[in-house]
Design a protein around this ligand. Structure first.
Ligand SMILES: Cc1cc2nc3c(=O)[nH]c(=O)nc-3n(C[C@H](O)[C@H](O)[C@H](O)COP(=O)(O)OP(=O)(O)OC[C@H]3O[C@@H](n4cnc5c(N)ncnc54)[C@H](O)[C@@H]3O)c2cc1C
Length: 578
């Protein structure tokens, strides 16, 4: 079996969104490293996961591939509309609502550019990402399948592969599993935990001549996806390229069994019975050989899971290989880009940093993967568990948003933020700018985020510090070390975070609802003074005086207290500025 002349620094298994993001960013920030991307398919391949979210835009920009994707002619997606449960009113969900609302409220104007993502044919989308990785110095092997791990001294040290010219042994300092649901490494390690109640199956097909209804799918130039429940499940209706609509049906394993039908027959029965979709499909024709697959109907397992570990000696997992959350909010590709972005930063920081920091870095990477997914688990579980009006969904999103971001938004705007995949960008920008006095990347890459988070004079609620309004903590908290990509340079910076314990922190899903806030040493002293474990004069001493100076109470201290009050973990006479 031929072996490589030189070992690689990183071998990435799988050229989907996760693998291409990781390989491209590692090469960008550590150009001296040898990075190999393996893809088992010899050429562009069909894949599910067509509806994307604006949360990926800053990452595509950082990768340098945004213009290529934006110029590829994919329909622009500005939101998602839903019909769910007994009430058949359409819930409008527009990615720009949060921005437009915020802009008008704060600045009296609407943004010049609007927030959007795309609906894509994945064979084309992934091919653009793969070529871009190659153009940026990543070595690519297509038709190369990872088949076994090479392990030495308890660490992964490479792979055995089956390639066009036969089997090979490829050695590498790191192996990244980005093999999607196949989960090459998690299979070997047995580390995948399926969620007990999100065990669905999906059947889907592609149609030409399906009609357009603006209230469901937006304007053809600026489209939306449409999601619509039926008795035993729900449909997606996603306009993709050349007048083709992707129509998919998701149901539980139990409902499929109870129907006594094959998935394709249940799909056809429910589509014909769906009051919203049946009229649109009357003259539609199914595409017989979609993407050269020879198939006209596809089925896919749709079980949600979290890996217990996302990294170990010599390996890491990112994207679907590490986590998968039900597609109800179209979050899969976003989580793949976001997770792989963090994996790249973690790996580059690992190479650049001291050995002592490495364990913390990888522990934090695992926590980051779980936390990113958990907020969508909360939403998916709520979604399947309720047949209520839209306000209940907005309110649930409000809880998720406030746990992560001390930003005052309506529940509806919070739903838009969460469902657009934006919480983590807001969080990152907000935290990095307030903690390190810098934004994580060029502000022009984040026009909305920068503007939305700018302080608006007199806008936000404030706290009073009168004798009856003394701040009081409403929840215990734990301090932990985490990391932030403070600048777009491939490096993470350590930072402390207070996590307030209202929900069970051991339950990854419920923990997503525990408010968290990044803290400086001053914040830490203030929290300790508020919980009675340290005298307030220590904070004064830290600030260089006897008592806490007025400038601090009126500035950074007040801001922090206001943030905690917005997050519901501190009672402090919140009201309008007098
Ligand atoms: C029913 C359903 C609907 C969905 N709808 C959406 C949606 O609308 N929007 C959305 O964002 N997400 C959606 N998703 C999720 C989305 O498909 C995934 O989250 C996304 O593709 C994950 O990207 P990835 O890069 O992690 O993995 P993948 O895109 O799966 O890429 C993995 C790659 O690894 C390769 N590979 C696998 N094994 C090997 C091996 N041994 N050696 C070499 N290469 C290998 C594969 O060929 C593949 O190219 C949906 C998922 C399902 C099940």
């Amino acid at each position: 079996m031929p072996a490589d002349d030189l070992p690689h620094d990183l071998i990435v298994i799988g050229a989907g969104p996760a693998g291409c993001t990781l390989a491209t960013l590692v090469k960008k920030y550590a150009p001296e490293r040898r990075v190999l991307l393996l893809e088992k398919e010899p050429g562009p391949r069909h894949h599910i996961g067509e509806s994307l979210l604006p949360g990926i835009v800053p990452i595509l920009k950082e990768m340098g591939v945004f213009e290529k994707i934006d110029g590829a002619g994919f329909p622009k997606k500005i939101g998602a509309n839903y019909v769910w449960g007994a009430d058949r009113t359409v819930w409008e969900n527009d990615f720009n609502e949060v921005n437009v609302t915020e802009m008008i409220r704060r600045f009296g104007k609407i943004p010049e550019r609007i927030e959007y993502a795309w609906q894509v044919r994945r064979s084309r989308y992934d091919e653009i990402l793969l070529k871009h990785a190659e153009e940026n110095g990543v070595e690519v092997a297509r038709g190369a399948k990872a088949i076994a791990l090479i392990e030495e001294d308890g660490a992964v040290a490479g792979l055995e592969t089956l390639e066009k010219d036969g089997p090979r042994r490829r050695r590498s300092a790191f192996v990244a599993d980005c093999s999607g649901q196949a989960g090459f490494l998690s299979k070997f390690r047995g580390i995948r935990d399926y969620h007990a109640s999100l065990r669905n199956v999906a059947g889907y097909a592609y149609y030409r001549g399906a009609k357009w209804k603006y209230t469901y799918s937006g304007h053809p130039d600026k489209t939306k996806i449409f999601v619509c429940s039926t008795g035993p499940g729900w449909f997606w209706y996603i306009p993709i390229d050349d007048g083709v609509i992707s129509v998919g049906f998701v149901t539980t394993v139990e409902n499929l069994k109870a129907s006594g039908l094959e998935l394709e027959a249940l799909f056809a029965r429910e589509l014909a019975a769906c009051a919203e979709l049946a009229p649109l499909m009357a003259d539609a024709e199914r595409v017989a050989d979609f993407d050269g697959t020879g198939e006209s109907f596809f089925s896919h397992s749709d079980w949600s899971y979290l890996n217990r570990e996302a990294a170990g000696p010599g390996w890491l997992a990112a994207g679907d290989a590490a986590i998968f959350v039900d597609p109800i909010l179209s979050t899969g590709v976003t989580l793949a880009h976001v997770g792989a972005h963090r994996a790249a930063y973690t790996l580059v920081s690992h190479w650049a940093g001291a050995a002592a920091e490495r364990e913390l870095l990888w522990k934090d990477y695992g926590a980051f993967c779980r936390e990113s997914a958990a907020q969508y688990f909360v939403m998916a579980l709520f979604w399947y568990g309720h047949d209520k009006d839209a306000a209940h969904w907005w309110a649930e999103a409000g809880k998720v948003q406030r746990a992560w971001l001390p930003v005052v938004q309506s529940d509806k705007a919070a739903f838009v933020t969460v469902s657009a995949g934006l919480t983590q960008h807001y969080d990152r920008l907000f935290s990095a700018s307030s903690l390190f006095d810098e934004t994580p990347t060029r502000p022009e890459d984040y026009p909305f985020y920068v503007e939305v988070l700018k302080d608006a004079p007199g806008g936000a609620p404030v706290c009073r510090f009168g004798p009856d309004d003394a701040p009081r903590l409403l929840a215990a908290y734990a301090l932990e070390i985490t990391f932030l990509p403070a600048a777009a340079n491939g490096r993470l910076r350590p930072v402390k975070r207070a996590r307030f314990l209202k929900e069970d922190p051991q339950d990854a899903v419920r923990d997503a609802l525990n408010p968290r806030r990044f803290v400086t040493r001053y914040h830490e002293y203030l929290l300790e003074a508020l919980d009675g474990s340290r005298p307030m004069k220590d904070l004064g001493a830290l600030l260089g005086g006897k008592g806490v100076p007025a400038w601090w109470w009126d500035g950074p201290g007040r801001k922090f207290i206001e943030e905690l009050a917005v997050q519901g973990v501190l009672s402090a006479g919140v009201g309008e500025r007098a």
